[in-house]
Design a protein around this ligand. Structure first.
Ligand SMILES: [Ca+2]
Ligand SMILES: [Ca+2]
Length: 145
């Protein structure tokens, strides 16, 4: 991570930490991601925090935020790489390819298919970025338990 990256991350952290408490709460994170078009339920936000918080407090300090930010950037860039027609959606085949490139290839394909279905709110066999992130989160937490 370069110096300017760290500066930017610190600025972002301060912006998200609306009440200046030095930590990011679930609602602060939900609001910040929502303003970037990433709308998540508080349940998904809690999972997102849980998987990146080493302190287990349900909140994020700066280093935990950096780890969460890396996860979001990596997941979004994988999404973009596999969204060949750039419509902001991944079809089922593209989701499978993206997931296996992210190391979920060994997951049971039926389990992935079921998960795809449950993260496909419009039932058109396509998911957008927030659903894809939620799906990766779900698979990551399933892998850990
Ligand atoms: Ca705060
Ligand atoms: Ca697409």
């Amino acid at each position: 991570m370069g110096g300017s990256d760290e500066y930017l991350l610190r600025e972002n952290f301060k912006m998200i930490d609306a009440d200046n408490s030095g930590i990011i709460s679930p609602t602060e994170l939900q609001r910040a991601l929502g303003s970037h078009g990433l709308l998540f339920s508080l349940q998904t936000i809690s999972l997102l925090i849980k998987l990146h918080s080493t302190r287990g407090t349900g909140t994020l300090d700066f280093s935990e935020y950096v780890s969460l930010n890396n996860f979001l950037e990596k997941t979004q860039s994988e999404f973009a790489k596999f969204d060949v027609n750039k419509d902001g959606k991944l079809g089922k085949a593209e989701v499978f390819r993206a997931l296996s490139s992210m190391g979920f290839g060994e997951c049971d394909s039926r389990a992935i298919e079921e998960a795809c279905k449950s993260f496909d709110p419009s039932r058109e066999n396509k998911i957008g970025v927030p659903e894809f992130i939620a799906l990766v989160l779900f698979l990551t937490s399933a892998k850990k338990t």
